[in-house]
Design a protein around this ligand. Sequence first.
Ligand SMILES: Cc1cc2nc3c(=O)[nH]c(=O)nc-3n(C[C@H](O)[C@H](O)[C@H](O)COP(=O)(O)OP(=O)(O)OC[C@H]3O[C@@H](n4cnc5c(N)ncnc54)[C@H](O)[C@@H]3O)c2cc1C
Length: 655
Amino acid sequence: MALPGALAAFPSTLQALIQKLNLTDLSPAVRLLLSGAAVALILRFALGRRWAKRTYVFDLDKVGSKVGTAGHFEYDVIVAGGGKSPSSHRTAGCVLAARLSEDPNLRVLLLEAGGSGKALPDSSTPAGFGRLLWNPKHVHGLRTEPQPSAAGKSRFWPRAKMLGGCSSINAQMAQYGAFGDFDEWATYMKDESWAWKNFSRYFRKFEGYQPHPSYPDVDTTARGLSGPVHVGYFNTITEPSRKFVQACIGVGIPFIRDFNGVDGTIGVSRIMTYVDKTFKRVSSESAYLTPDVLARKNLTVAIHATVTKVLFDTTSAQPRAIGVEFGRKEGGERFVAYAKKEVVVSGGAVHSPHILMLSGIGPAAHLKSHSITPVLDLPGVGQRLVDHPVVDLYFKNKLNNSPKFLKPSTLGEAGQLISAIVQYKSGKGGPLAMNFGECAAFVRSDDPTLFPPNEYPDKLVDSTSASDSPDLELFSTPFAYKEHGQIGFDVHTYALHVYLLRPTSHGEVLLKSASPWVQPSVNPNYIATPEDLAKLVRGVHLLLRIARTEPLASVLDASFTRPDLDHQTHLCTNEEIESLVRERVETVYHPVSTCRMAPREEGGVVGSDLRVYGVQGLRVCDASVFPWIVSGHTAGACYAIGEKLADEMKAELRA
Ligand SMILES: Cc1cc2nc3c(=O)[nH]c(=O)nc-3n(C[C@H](O)[C@H](O)[C@H](O)COP(=O)(O)OP(=O)(O)OC[C@H]3O[C@@H](n4cnc5c(N)ncnc54)[C@H](O)[C@@H]3O)c2cc1C
């Protein structure tokens, strides 16, 4: 207890020290540098690394044999990727490996390219992920190809490289999509197991809703109460976002008590989060790879193990996946492990198609252009990439009380951050328990209340999944940022964002090289269709109206007319708003559909059982299999897909 007390006094102590050392004479740049270094040091010591290599297998020769040697390591199922999906590298990978290993007769190996997400304070602390996005050790900082319809610029595209996958670095917003999304999957695949009435049980299975006294209206009969993924309302939110909810109601968006409840998902509310009662991030690693699960003799989890390719037996008519090759680093030793029953690729929407193509499964001509001998010509691999494009609007916070000290630029702000760390470490939540995406509204771009036909006469193509599914999401963050948190503002700000939930534009993931260590090319092809642009423009108009509606209007400083903020943007012409959208559009980090569950003749990669067409013993389990993108946040469906596949595989493998 003495330590937090001493630290609480730190800001004033720091001030005294600064005076004593005459640091005030230093230039602002040097002071900024010093404060940054001080914060980094304090974060390291205060939040410290707890989890180390001891929890997982680090020596790859303990899980596989060196290529060219005689050893033979065999498992029943190998899951490539420790993300969310149950059997792959991604978010789903942890789910799959944990659930499969419930059957003591199945020997499961999970291979993850990165380390533990749980061990990183910037991951386990809800507000820390902004710092992780630019950390090349833990996150692949991809950049898209230049986007022709989006000002020709290339966009930053972070994908996690750690256990838990992107669930270890995401914004923790727990909305799962609309009922119609999954009914659409079922209709498309002619498989009722994906229809909401059936598939919803897997959402209930992963979910462990934690009731909160301030939210008694949440219908707990619609929530899963005992699953491993704790969700609830334990993150911290700021006052302007509460006013955002009221302003949305003011413009005609109905209040909804629960975005994942029985009333569908259209409306405005505070968003539920993957933050637990102790104010920690809940990732697929923290939820599924618990000490009890890791103690199972039949589960092995190896970290810093990048799968370089899937191995096939090609002696019979259909190739059969028999194992994987993996290694730690470029030029390092390679290892192999064999799967008696199945290999599940779970590398997420970027790396699952990458792994398949490196292994010879993909568009044959493209593979040959990189001197990869095709095992199977499967043209759909890497195609149909869809992402949610987002546009941010920036406002001056009139109350000057935004938590901008979370990215400190002065010694005073560094002191505020230290106080916040002390508060968080004493179990009291506070600013570090923020997830940034605080409140949200899901609307339709053809809603006549929000977009009256006399002002918006154009009839746009309806790309929603059902008449009660949305195609735009609006959300609020406690301050504004650019370049995915890399660039802040020098004044107190507040930000509103809109993203297109059901884009009609799509792109592709392609190889840049046959080397597994070279990241693939990603091209989401943002706003390539007129409808996508028109809907985002409508969303921007709506946000600008909400910003000028009480009670939010009173906390935003409309007199602040600096051109890098948006207090004058409502005066722009439609063409100017279109240019703003093209210029500002960014990823909201939800790529899907690159190993799409679809009929093979329509470019499908997997069938509705997630088996790769034309190959035996190989499945994909992550966001890459979504037939269509969901009308919301993508993590929930990844968890549910992992749960569903685990159930089905366990039943099949038992038979
Ligand atoms: C910054 C950010 C914010 C987001 N915010 C939200 C949000 O608020 N709410 C929400 O619902 N969703 C959010 N998402 C999206 C969501 O987290 C993802 O859609 C979801 O986690 C994807 O899960 P996945 O299983 O498909 O893949 P991933 O979670 O990406 O997992 C892939 C795993 O595979 C591993 N891997 C890749 N290649 C290899 C290889 N060759 N060998 C071994 N391992 C490999 C990776 O290291 C990773 O662990 C966000 C994503 C990001 C990046």
